[in-house]
Design a protein around this ligand. Structure first.
Ligand code: UGA
Length: 352
């Protein structure tokens, strides 16, 4: 499910090239996977998450369900919260029941958003000492999940995803569902989201927002000054981890995995500065006055009800121990690869 999205489209390549799997890929769009549509081991089904009857037939016929379908764009969480809750929770609930009924393994993609804010962020304390980084590590087994009030609708997505994790866990507990839950930490790479005005409308995630600003020589906008921090994880490292999960059903049974690169942390302000630097390297013909970075209030950028995760660094010891996985791509190299692919995809148009 969700084969045509950012993660699904990247996962298809190694799945098909190892020739161990017959894949039925379900999505509402096949734009990102056109080159695989004729592959003999791949069948594409143009279905949306509400078409439960047809999805049921496919679940019954397969061994493993990989569930990637989601509305995962923060600009939607406080503007269309009902749709966010419906797609990310209600329609997925049926899929969990189908996997339970037919005794199928479910690999479900959740999100690092389930952690919400840090304890230190809520308490208004920041620990600048780098040796204290461990105090921020988010652990699948021990960290609390901290959201804002109901009126802060930003958390509609995180709470929908969290409740679905609890449902999956409960089906494992009460009905022996075999599952594995993945929590991605800001994966970046080619074909992520869209560039507004070219192949989509609205506000995509930060990489595409900043790439649009760079390509069109517009100001890069830092929401509330860009003080919040993220680890950005290159999609190639992420796919490596996901393939290991797929191939190790016993070791990963009923586990939850943070998948992210804890050493790739930057504030959003630092991300903007780094992206300007890399863009200049990739396009040496650009001039210094092509770039500017400004701060905008969150209410103006996203609308009312937006809040943010202040910091999220994954503890990846479970992935290290059970998958023998270690992310290898640093922040600069990962950004450079991702940005080069955006320039390749969009930069040759006459208007950018
Ligand atoms: C989002 C989703 O909510 C998660 O489900 C998903 O797992 C995650 O992306 C991800 O990519 O893994 P978030 O990190 O908040 O979470 O998404 P972005 O839209 O990429 O925003 C990152 C930060 O950049 C936020 O602090 C946001 O306010 C800021 N931002 C975004 C800007 O300062 N300027 C922009 O133009 C866009």
């Amino acid at each position: 499910m969700g084969v045509g999205g950012f993660i699904g489209s990247h996962l298809l390549k190694p799945l098909l090239s190892c020739e161990n799997y017959d894949i039925t890929g379900i999505d509402i769009s096949s734009n990102k996977i056109e080159k695989y549509l004729e592959h003999p081991l791949f069948a594409y089904e143009n279905l949306d998450v509400h078409q439960s009857d047809k999805i049921d037939t496919h679940v019954k016929a397969c061994d493993t369900v990989i569930s990637l379908a989601a509305l995962c764009n923060p600009a939607q969480y406080n503007t269309i919260p009902l749709k966010v809750i419906e797609i990310n929770f209600i329609s997925q609930y049926d899929l969990v029941k189908m996997c339970t009924n037919y005794k199928k393994r479910l690999i479900h993609f959740s999100t690092s958003e389930v952690y919400g804010k840090t304890i230190q962020g809520v308490a208004g304390r920041h620990i600048p000492d780098k040796t204290a980084v461990d105090t921020y590590l988010l652990s699948e087994k021990t960290s609390p999940l901290i959201m804002g009030p109901i009126s802060a609708q930003r958390w509609s997505y995180a709470t929908a995803k969290q409740l679905l994790e609890r449902v999956i866990y409960a089906y494992g507990f009460e009905h022996n569902l075999e599952y594995c839950i993945v929590r991605p930490f800001n994966f970046i790479g080619s074909h992520m989201d869209y560039i507004p005005g070219i192949d989509g409308e609205g506000i995509p995630r930060v990489l595409a927002c900043f790439m649009k600003a760079l390509l069109f020589k517009e100001p890069i906008q830092l929401v509330n000054g860009g003080k919040n921090e993220r680890v950005f994880t290159h999609i190639d490292d992420a796919i490596d981890a996901i393939m290991r999960i797929i191939e190790r059903p016993k070791a990963t049974r009923n586990c939850i995995f943070n998948i992210g690169n804890p050493t790739n942390e930057v504030s959003i302000e630092q991300l903007a500065q780094l992206m300007v630097e890399i863009y200049k390297e990739l396009r040496p013909e650009t001039r210094d006055d092509d770039f500017s970075i400004i701060s905008v209030p969150a209410d103006r950028f996203y609308g009312k009800g937006y809040e943010d995760s202040d910091k999220r660094i994954p503890d990846i010891s479970a992935a290290r121990d059970l998958l023998d996985w270690q992310p290898k791509i640093g922040i600069r190299d990962g950004l450079k690869k991702a940005m080069a692919s955006f320039i390749e995809q969009y930069g040759k148009r006459h208007d950018v």
